[in-house]
Design a binder for this molecule. Sequence first.
Ligand code: ADP
Ligand code: MG
Length: 341
Amino acid sequence: MTIQILPPQLANQIAAGEVVERPASVIKELVENSLDAGATRVDIEIEKGGSKLIKIHDNGSGIPKDELALALSRHATSKLSTLDDLDAILSFGFRGEALASISSVSRLTLTSRTEEQSEAWQAYAEGSDMAVKVIPAAHPVGSTVEAVDLFFNTPARRRFLKSDKTEFTHIDEWLKRIALVRSEIHFTLKNNGKTVRNYRPAKTSDQYLQRLAQISGKKFAQQAIEINCEHDDLKLSGYIQSPYFESPASDTQYFYVNGRLVRDRLVNHAVRQAFAEHVTGAQASYVLMLDLDPHQVDVNVHPAKHEVRFHQSRYIHDYILQVLQSALAQVGQALPAQETH
Ligand code: ADP
Ligand code: MG
């Protein structure tokens, strides 16, 4: 074989292997784009577990007509311009790969309008060179991305999709995670024509507790202990379910660093240790947000972005442990004895 540059569609399909695993990962990428664009409302619509249709509508900034084609190209991003930017990344996206990847493995249209434009435009890529067509459309300020027939042209991938119900569950689970940290955003989810989730904007702690009840159950919300502690450049906030009750703990265990859900051994250890010291055998349920200087943490470890690397890991560990220890100690003392069992 002679050496050849891969046609764009093929190159994008290969790249899609990393970011587009299943409908839930498509939704993750698209909704994160909406949030990066400053949307306050995001409406998600799916059919057949997302394999037939994924549609994301937002009221964000929109994309100017002359940038629509770029938005669909690989390595095109408005969020990063130098390698240094990577050290302090706060937006979700930055690789400039999602739209190009999704577009290469589905029938994707991107419709958008900015505040400055009086009309909307729709873009889609065609053929193996993924040439972008732009046509007039009707749309309010914001964007809609529609991905139809996911993996229709990559049958091997399509075979890996599970039942519609399983794919729905993955989507629903991902939406819970984002809805708990981006509580100011109104999210809706429509499944096969029926609205199944409606998370109204939660701007007060009462409203937040309502959202928490919707997502993690009434018990967690009723027994929630608020965490809110700032120390130097670290802030830990959120809720933990009081372990001083016999009722079952919720299975919610979400920890966010600068707005991203992370799965981190160090963090888990600190949380578990804090709970273990107060109530033996108690299962920790929590929604916690750690905010710190983005220079103090690397998020660029993996495309799925679940891992992070803290520069001062011991310090972070001890901080989390101490904040939770003291919150649990306070509540434990305030409780009358009979409520502890
Ligand atoms: P990335 O998010 O890594 O930059 P994407 O392929 O996901 O890459 O998106 C490419 C670009 O398209 C983004 O940088 C952004 O400028 C624009 N874009 C994508 N989705 C939206 C949206 N919903 N609203 C506004 N701009 C968007
Ligand atoms: Mg993106």
